[in-house]
Design a protein around this ligand. Structure first.
Ligand code: GLC
Length: 744
């Protein structure tokens, strides 16, 4: 071979080496730009298009796209949701590798509370007020989901919810912005772990942006009408927390906000999220929400819908086909700029590079890892631990609980005693199998030792038949103690599950009455995804535990609490109304010009004449098997400048005979302000473990941020004046109180 040819080959090899090492040294923005430069407009639009994988539809399915694998090969798809398992994601990724530019797909899934091991529903976990446990739950869910081929979970749902008629209360963290923001942070950190690119990290998705939980009447998908100040004070903080925690994506919401659908809401998606907050990830629509703007009456057709959504900051189209069918025309007619298309595509490609899918599109499709990582004993134990921590003790008269191991006979009565499916709750993945769920009955069999267990179903969940009441009563009469498992079917609370009547369903409360009439000690377990109304039970049952839907380890966790292996410490993250007519009812309300001074003070005051004004159970409420005493409140100073802070300290003592944890809550009230401020706002809490008799000093710091609020111009301000601090074990159980001044 002549020297010329040799030097050419040498040069060529050298050039490949240089370009490869240059490519590896390129930053992600450079790689994204280099790829964009190669893409046709059609390929760019394909990246903005997301289809459902048809394994399990989580929205209204349209079957008008033919074979989705072929669409992927043609480069018309950027992401697929609802594909379960590495075997199937590999097939779709292989199809993507057959497209011209081999851009990998993103696989998304609603991993809301666990993947293979189902954890308690998010509202239950919120009741733990335990950020480490909540983060660990999300961490395990992400680890399992990533092993199962998932790149992206559509969670955390961070919608503030004040209306338990809305079925999706189960999916969030309740009514409070402070608690909701901490939980949003914990969940994003849990899902994303040490960062995208790690094989156990998935992209988080803060949803639904925004104010979806304020739907009128608690009716899912309905309109939201609120002041922009309320939006900033109550509904936006958890989203800002999720963004600050590094949430890779946001999902918008089905509702309109003050007449503009969230999907086309430039103020929300562009002004706030991308411009003011500097969000660098991407926004995905909710399922079909772009096309649904036709139903809203906001646009005439999908062409206008696509224009409105993309120009308002919505980057990816989940399942409406509006983008794939119309963006090219919109660009041609200069309704949408190529710059905006490139911006949206660039945000999505950036995440694919961060996930290192261009290095290896199959890096999350490892069958061996999937088998090894799912459903490990550590994951199962973690599920049991947070399930225990989520159980709220609402009542325990005469110390009926904890149960003694020396009881001769316990009767387990109710439609949920042996149920497994219900324990998983709504939005549970169908990855694990049902026999991995521990029912209450199985949990009690494990824990009861020599105690004999009797069982009677008594009634169904919603059926109105009373034919089995008699058998239940007879069973109760044979027992020393009765444990009743009552509540909802797993699918009575969740998406599209709004209910006007949230009473304990069917004839269950009549069955409780019949069993309580036995005169035996009755412990009622209430299992649901939302606050229910159960006034007779609340007034007459000696002991009540709200166990929500606790996931795979429900039975073991409940047994742990019933036998005192774990002393319940959970606190309600949402107010429980006495009746649907009280809704909306929440703790951080304004005082009004005629506040009722008590539940009976109804004349010329803002109160109902037909029921007490207070809720059935207040935000932050929850009992323990022990008792706590709050004392020795001390403020480092009684007045502060904006530039200073005040340290608040007090003593907390366990005055009972069981070791236990107390969530000491810290509330503030700005006594005089313009505009008005709520009668109290949660500004801090501390979960404190105390041995019997033990006392610990607890402290909180008050700084300017804790006193700040938005004025009508949406400026974050403070106003000089008197502030009241309130400390206690619930929003309606203030044990210590004092005032201090902000002097400038
Ligand atoms: C659903 C939900 C959303 C979910 C999405 C994909 O309609 O509103 O929370 O992530 O569709 O399943």
């Amino acid at each position: 071979m002549n020297s010329c040819k040799k030097s050419f080959i040498l040069l060529y090899i050298l050039s490949i080496g240089i370009s490869t090492s240059y490519a590896q040294q390129q930053s992600i923005p450079q790689k994204v730009q280099a790829l964009l430069n190669k893409m046709t407009l059609a390929e760019k639009i394909g990246q903005l298009n997301q289809y459902n994988g048809d394994w399990e539809a989580t929205g209204p399915v349209s079957t008008d796209v033919g074979n989705k694998l072929d669409a992927v090969k043609r480069g018309e798809v950027g992401s697929i949701l609802n594909i379960v398992g590495v075997k199937h994601t590999r097939v779709f990724q292989e199809a993507a590798m057959k497209s011209r530019l081999k851009i990998p797909l993103l696989f998304g899934q609603d991993v809301i509370h666990g993947y293979s091991v189902t954890f308690p529903i998010p509202l239950a976990e919120a009741a733990s007020w335990d950020m480490a446990a909540i983060e660990k739950s999300a961490r395990i869910a992400a680890t399992e989901a990533a092993a199962g081929g998932v790149h992206w979970t559509f969670a955390p749902m961070v919608d503030i919810a004040r209306d338990p008629r809305w079925g999706r209360v189960m999916e969030g963290a309740g009514e409070d912005p402070y608690l909701g923001s901490l939980i949003a942070t914990a969940r994003v950190h849990g899902f994303q772990g040490k960062g995208l690119g790690n094989l156990d990290a998935v992209m988080a998705c803060a949803k639904h942006f925004t104010a979806y939980g304020a739907a009128i009447g608690g009716r899912d998908y309905n309109s939201v009408d609120m002041s922009i100040r309320t939006l900033w004070e109550i509904y936006l903080p958890p989203f800002k927390a999720a963004l600050d925690a590094g949430a890779a994506t946001f999902m918008n919401s089905f509702n309109d906000l003050n007449g503009t659908p969230a999907t086309a809401n430039h103020y929300l998606q562009q002004n706030i999220l991308k411009d003011k907050w500097g969000f660098k990830g991407f926004v995905v629509s909710d399922w079909g929400s772009i096309g649904e703007m036709i139903n809203h009456g906001y646009v005439n057709d999908n062409y206008e819908a696509a224009e409105a959504a993309i120009n308002a900051g919505n980057d990816m189209d989940m399942e409406s086909r509006s983008y794939i069918n119309n963006l090219a025309k919109l660009v041609a007619y200069k309704k949408v700029s190529v710059t905006r298309i490139d911006e949206a595509v660039g945000r999505i490609l950036t995440k694919k590079f961060e996930l290192r899918l261009f290095d290896d599109p199959y890096r999350f499709c490892n069958a061996e890892r999937e088998k090894r990582v799912l459903n490990t004993p550590e994951h199962v134990e973690a599920a049991r631990d947070i399930a225990r921590k989520s159980i709220v003790l609402l009542k325990n008269e005469h110390q009926v609980l904890p149960l003694s191991k020396n009881l001769n006979t316990i009767a387990l009565i109710g439609p949920l005693v042996k149920s497994k499916k219900e324990m998983k709750g709504f939005w549970a993945q169908n990855v694990g199998n049902e026999d991995e769920v521990v029912s209450l009955y199985e949990g009690m069999q494990q824990a009861a030792g020599k105690t004999k267990l009797l069982y009677a179903k008594g009634c169904d969940i919603t059926d109105t038949s009373r034919t089995d009441f008699n058998e239940a009563y007879k069973t109760a009469m044979q027992a020393d103690v009765i444990v009743m498992a009552m509540g909802e079917r797993f699918d009575m609370t969740g998406e599209a599950k709004s209910r006007s009547n949230i009473h304990l369903p069917g004839v269950q409360e009549e069955l409780i009455k019949a069993v309580v009439a036995s005169g035996k000690p009755v412990i009622v377990l209430l299992m649901a995804g939302r606050p229910m109304v159960f006034n007779w039970t609340a007034d007459h049952a000696p002991a009540i535990l709200y166990t929500w839907w606790l996931g795979n380890q429900a039975g073991n966790a409940i047994a742990d609490v019933l036998y005192g292996k774990y002393n319940p410490a959970a606190k309600l993250p949402i107010t429980f109304p006495r009746a649907e007519g009280q809704i909306p009812i929440y703790y951080n309300h304004l005082n009004t010009g005629r506040p009722a001074k008590s539940d009976t003070d109804v004349f010329y005051t803002s109160a109902y004449t037909d029921l007490p004004n207070s809720p059935r159970f207040a935000f932050g409420y929850g009992l323990s098997y022990t008792t706590f005493k709050y004392s020795n409140l001390h403020l480092s100073k009684k007045s502060m400048l904006k530039s200073e802070d005040v340290t608040v300290s007090f003593d907390l003592q366990n005055t009972g005979k069981y070791a236990g944890e107390e969530v000491a809550q810290f509330y503030l009230r700005d006594l005089v302000s313009q505009p008005l401020r709520p009668v109290k706002e949660l500004k801090g809490f501390e979960k404190v473990m105390l041995q019997p008799g033990e006392t610990k000093s607890v402290s909180f710091t008050i700084d300017k941020e804790k006193l700040a609020f938005y004025n009508d111009e949406l400026e974050r301000i403070t106003q000089p004046g008197t502030f009241r601090l309130m400390i206690g074990g619930a929003s309606d159980n203030i044990q210590l109180q004092d005032d201090f001044e902000l002097t400038n």
